[in-house]
Design a binder for this molecule. Structure first.
Ligand code: GLY
Length: 249
């Protein structure tokens, strides 16, 4: 979130079509507790605000000006998040103002994390500046528990990236966890969730969705519509990049 070179989250994220950087994030722990923020502006670390919503309030989601007010009360600094680089790209986009997200660039846009700790407990988080050049006010899948991310510590966890609308319509992360509950491996569950999007969206050739999943045994899976999505698996002190299989070859 703090890295301006990563233009799909936090500081340096690409703005909406009106030039505002608006952020979504959510977090869920092994007890089923969760917190999220949506349409949050001016705060570099929305995931930390989501954490505060989880830990310090009786609510799950805070949005927009309410989320900003809460963040400021919690001591987060109010900052300008639009960098010169992002402003330049936005001004360039304004010349045509064509809304056609570039696959694996402008719609591969969420940082999602799933963790299995030494006690065998699973938790997850995701954070994003959402689709570049979206309509002002648009909220994607990433702050929606069950869409952009879901954990059930009896079963496993899942995170999504890509065009949030397709993920929200199928409640993809919840679906994947429920498929694992019924016996699917993380890989099989990710493939089935992508298949549902593909079969109900004839225009799926125009957008990307990718899922990562983990179960209680530490088995993982990932799958996407278009080739090009990678996840990083960290285990036993080592990071291993894994290229996801894809529906389109
Ligand atoms: N997956 C992130 C978004 O659609 O905003």
């Amino acid at each position: 979130e703090a890295d301006p070179e990563s233009m799909s989250v936090g500081y340096g994220g690409l703005p909406d079509r009106d030039g505002h950087v608006t952020l979504d994030a959510c977090i869920m722990d092994h007890t089923g507790n969760c917190g999220s923020v949506s349409f949050l502006q001016h705060i570099k670390h929305p995931i930390s605000v989501a954490r505060k919503v989880m830990d310090d309030t009786p609510h799950v989601m805070l949005s927009g000006s309410g989320a900003l007010k809460f963040a400021i009360e919690k001591g987060f600094p109010k900052e300008e998040l639009l960098t010169d680089k992002a402003r330049k790209l936005w001004k360039e986009w304004l010349k045509d103002s064509q809304y056609k997200p570039i696959i694996n660039v402008e719609n591969h846009d969420t940082i999602g994390l799933l963790a299995l700790d030494q006690n065998g407990d699973i938790s997850g988080a995701c954070t994003t500046s959402g689709l570049s050049y979206k309509m002002h006010g648009r909220v994607g899948d990433s702050p929606i528990i069950g869409a952009g991310m879901f954990v059930d510590n009896e079963v496993g966890g899942c995170c999504a990236t890509g065009v949030g609308e397709a993920v929200m319509k199928t409640l993809g992360s919840f679906l994947i966890v429920e498929l694992m509950r019924q016996g699917a491996s993380p890989q099989e569950a990710c493939e089935e969730a992508v298949r549902r999007i593909v079969t109900t969206n004839p225009n799926h050739t125009n957008f990307q969705v990718a899922y990562i999943a983990i179960n209680k045994a530490g088995e993982t899976g990932c799958y996407c519509i278009h080739p090009g999505f990678k996840m990083m698996k960290y285990a036993n002190g080592e990071n291993t990049p894994i290229t996801a299989g894809s529906h389109l070859k």
